[in-house]
Write a new protein. Structure first.
Length: 421
């Protein structure tokens, strides 16, 4: 890598990332900084040529039906071949298409690629039979991932390490236990790895675990959770903390009627159209435009949109600094997932909170993918939740150093009990 950095020609970094939204955000952010970047996107299971292609690289052979590769309109395939972009974002599928493989093996790329970065690397921990919860997460996000097959290209990422043996290779993730880091390094075929890890504790997020009533129907209803939230929204309006409620798709129908009933004409900021509502449901049945609108709203400093009920499809790659509360109507099945999802609160470092509601069926061992660590987290009524969370990721201390009453619901309980005694 050092040798490559001494060369005169600009180097190329390839960033593998699983979601379009992440690539789009990153590339537009880099463009605003006048840094040359592009992305090769993948959507659905249909093969396509490069959009700008009158070039021979593009082809429509069915045997290449691995993904649809598209370039942003401002860049041609010849530009890509000539290494005009210093940063190339791509799905694994796009990189493993025949045409892209040819480009990666070309002299230009062999000489100029100085680093391969695998972003959101926790999503690739389904390697050689090591099943992680992330396959469930990905399947649930069927907006991006259709069908039940886990994207097989994820398993082939190690090939990139072999194609560029002299480049630097970096895998980034916000959530991986020490064991999973080892799995990841092996799957990516890293011959020797240096692990840099930071304590995942988020001191500005208050952690709380609460119980909720038993399920009454096939898709449990969340009336008892949404009613108080709706009342709070009614009372606070624009002062309502921007909140994401994660729930099961089948229970979504109830947010809009409850909030509409409580807020009446106050539900809109401006004209009475859905785009101006203070609350929304986010799931795959909405149009792309509508979903984009919700995401754009949430990324604003002061969004009109204050409450969103969503599946986990909302969040991956989302940088929404205004969100200060994450509520799980039902726990995720692993602490890795939980850390990812609750970490979407308090991104600016402001005070935030993360609340999990659960009942016995939510944490039943018969629930698909349910981990013992998640069950223990929900059932823990004695020790610090924050400490329990970081211990799962191999750390034995928390970063938080404030008052125990503001640490987590267990520390608060212990503190309050102490006051009574
Ligand atoms: Zn605590």
């Amino acid at each position: 890598m050092q040798e490559k950095l001494q060369r005169q020609e600009p180097m190329i970094v390839v960033i593998v990332t699983p979601l379009n939204s992440i690539m789009e955000d990153q590339v537009s952010s880099l463009k605003s900084k006048v840094i040359s970047a592009c992305f090769l996107s993948y959507d659905g299971s249909v093969v396509s040529t490069f959009d700008d292609g009158d070039d021979e690289v593009g082809n429509t052979n069915e045997e290449d039906a691995e993904g649809k590769v598209r370039l942003p309109t401002s860049m041609s395939i010849s530009d890509l071949k000539n290494g005009c972009s210093n940063l190339i974002y791509a799905h694994p599928e796009a990189l493993q298409s025949k045409e892209m493989m040819k480009i990666l093996h070309s002299r230009t790329y062999q000489e100029r690629v100085c680093a391969i970065v695998v972003d959101e690397a926790h999503m690739y921990i389904v390697l050689d039979g090591v099943i992680s919860i992330y396959d469930f997460v990905l399947k649930r996000c069927h907006n991006y991932f259709r069908g039940d097959e886990f994207r097989p290209s994820f398993k082939r990422l190690g090939e990139l390490t072999c194609i560029f043996p002299k480049a630097g290779h970096i895998a980034l993730t916000a959530t991986a236990t020490p064991t999973k880091i080892k799995d990841l390094a092996a799957g990516l075929q890293y011959s020797s790895e240096c692990v840099i890890s930071l304590n995942p504790d988020r001191p500005n997020i208050y952690l709380e675990v609460l119980t909720r009533p038993p399920n009454v129907r096939k898709y449990e209803k969340y009336d008892s959770l949404i009613n108080p939230i709706s009342k709070e929204l009614c009372e606070k309006l624009v002062e309502f903390p921007v909140t994401i409620m994660y729930g099961e798709f089948g229970s979504f129908g109830i947010l809009l009627p409850i909030c509409s009933h409580d807020l009446k004409e106050e539900q809109y900021t401006g004209e009475a159209i859905p785009e101006n509502r203070m609350f929304a449901q986010y799931h795959t049945d909405y149009t792309q435009d509508m979903k984009r609108h919700f995401v754009n709203e949430l990324t604003k400093e002061t969004p009109k949109l204050r409450l969103v009920m969503a599946t986990v499809a909302l969040g991956m790659g989302l940088n929404a600094p205004s969100v200060t509360r994450i509520i799980h109507c039902r726990p995720p099945t692993t602490l890795e997932e939980y850390l990812q999802e609750m970490g979407r609160a308090g991104r600016k470092g402001q005070q935030a909170e993360a609340i999990i509601y659960y009942n016995n069926s939510d944490i039943s061992k018969s629930r698909k993918g349910m981990s013992q660590s998640m069950i223990s987290y929900c059932k823990n009524e004695q020790t610090c939740l924050r400490l329990q969370l970081v211990q799962h990721f191999g750390f034995n201390h928390v970063v938080y150093s404030g008052e125990s009453i503001k640490c987590c619901s267990n520390c608060k309980r212990v503190f309050s009990r102490g006051l009574l005694e």
